[in-house]
Structures are given as C-alpha cells and as structure tokens.
Design a protein around this ligand. Structure first.
Ligand code: PMP
Length: 285
C-alpha cells in the first residue's frame, strides 16, 4: 500500500515524492536525520529528538527549517494518515539542492525536508528482544564527529553486513581498545550491579534512549558509571545490552562468540526495558 510522505511542505503519495539529483544530501551526505518511534499511535520522546535535531543542524551551521510545533504536527499527520499503530517516523533535513560545489550553497538556499513512516507491528514485543542479540567487534572507522546525527551511514551499514556474515546480529565498534557504540545503538555492560556505558563526547551519538534509560536507572536507585569500557571487560561482564529509539533496550547475549554472563538476557536489561517502555508510553505524544 502506498504511503503518504512529506516533502518540502507537501503531503504526497510515495510514488510522486521526489527530490533533486543535485540535493546535497545525495551528493555530499550533507544532511541530518532523526528516527522517532511510534507505539499505539503515539510518538516516543518527540521533544528529545527535536532538541537533538536542532543541535545536529547547528553543528553544521544549518537552521531549523521550521518550529518544533510544526515538526510535531507533520509527525502526527503522517502517523494518522498512514494508520501507524507501532512503527517509526523518519525525518531528514539536508542543506538543499545547489550546483555541485564543496563550498556550502548561498544563504537562502531552501533546505530539503523529508519525512516518512514505517509500520512495524508488534515493535515493542519483538522476539529478538526476548532472545537477545549476538554482536561481533569491529574497528570504529567512522569520522570523529559521531555526536552529529548525519546521514553518512555507510560504515555502520558495512558493519551490520560484516556482523551478519559472521552469524551475528550487530557489531560493536572499538577504538583504542574501548567500545564506542553499536552500529545503530548505544552499548552497555553490567558488572556487580553497576551499569557502565561510554561517556558522552564526539566519539558517540548522544542517544535519546540512552538519556532516558540512564535517568530511569538512577531513579530506580541503580548504579550508573558513564565511562569507556574495554572489549575484555565486556566479555567478562554479567550482562550487556544496547539501546536505540526503535529497539528500546535489547539484551546482548554474546560478544565475539563468547557468552555474556549466562548467555541469556539478564535481569537488569530486562527490568530496564520494562521501565523504559512503561514510562515512555506514559509520556508519549
Ligand atoms: N548510536 C548510533 C550510532 C545510532 O545510529 C543510534 C540510533 N540512531 C544510536 C546510537 C541510538 O540513538 P537513539 O537512542 O537516539 O535512537
């Protein structure tokens, strides 16, 4: 069934939605994106995603193309028109279309704004979350500004393929012996009841789910350490897990073929997933 998508002010059937071949998102990956999940027809942590969008744009000297309220309105209309119960809304903003030139186009060049939905029935009770995922480690060969959510996703895409080729589900990326993050998620370990995840900085994306999960963990009196951890530490941990907007909290049961803890989803990850889903649903818009 054809979806309604949003392109530069218009709501169109997907087959009629087009952007220019000169778009800088296409030619230079000169654009940023956000993915907001939808549960029971409502948006999870819309404000968090809108704030990060504005920050990513700012780091690339681009303005917000419209107000947060207007963005929310577009998200809601697409969810309604496409009948999304569970799924996600993808948003991309690029510097627009201009003659191909490394220099940014003249001020006033219209940014490209595209939004579309993907339906994912049963998103919150995926069998993958119950079984846990296997990860392999890979060198982190991305650029040094991973805190900006750009559409340069080729290396993470290659990482996912490399993981699959090794019979795993995903890859954790490693730099100078320590884990940065997963290809499309933030990475955590649990040891002796302490939750450890990489501290914020340009080395990782500042996950919106990460911020919420750490807040809920602290509110539940769990101990949290934001610091780098090694692959060896991760393999010897009691538990491991990842977080992202569309996978929430997902246990990791194996790292490079080594079972983590009992080789099954651990109690901390499972509890955090429950809390996250419960609290996020309550606050959904
Ligand atoms: N790190 C990377 C590299 C990602 O691509 C993502 C998901 N876009 C995340 C972390 C998780 O971020 P969020 O919780 O905001 O989805």
């Amino acid at each position: 069934m054809s979806r309604t998508v949003y392109v530069n002010g218009e709501y169109l059937p997907e087959e009629d939605a087009t952007i220019s071949v000169f778009d800088r998102g296409f030619l230079f990956a000169d654009g940023v994106y956000e993915v907001t999940s939808v549960l029971e027809g409502k948006l999870i942590d819309f404000d968090g995603h809108a704030v990060r969008l504005e920050r990513s744009l700012g780091e690339l000297e681009m303005p917000m193309p419209m107000s947060r309220d207007e963005l929310l309105e577009i998200h809601r209309r697409l969810v309604a028109e496409n009948g999304i119960e569970d799924g996600m809304v993808y948003l991309q903003v690029t510097r627009g279309a201009a003659d191909r030139d490394f220099a940014y186009p003249p001020e006033g060049t219209r940014q490209t704004v595209v939004l579309f939905t993907q339906s994912k029935p049963g998103l919150a009770d995926s069998p993958v979350a119950k079984a846990g995922i296997k990860v392999v480690t890979l060198p982190d060969l991305r650029w040094d500004r991973r805190d900006i959510k750009t559409v340069q996703l080729l290396y993470p895409s290659m990482g996912k393929m490399a993981a699959k080729a090794q019979g795993a589900d995903d890859a954790w990326m490693v730099e100078e012996g320590v884990v940065t993050e997963g290809t499309s998620n933030n990475a955590y370990i649990v040891k002796g009841g302490v939750i450890v995840t990489r501290n914020l900085g340009p080395e990782i994306l500042h996950g919106i789910t990460r911020a919420a999960v750490l807040r809920f963990a602290r509110e539940a009196q769990m101990k949290v350490e934001e610091r780098a951890f090694t692959v060896e530490e991760a393999k010897a941990a009691d538990e491991a897990f990842v977080t992202s907007a569309t996978t929430f909290v997902t246990p990791v049961v194996e790292i490079d073929g080594v079972p983590v803890g009992q080789g099954a989803p651990g109690p901390v990850a499972q509890r955090l997933r429950e809390i996250y889903l419960e609290e996020s649903r309550k606050a959904a818009v």
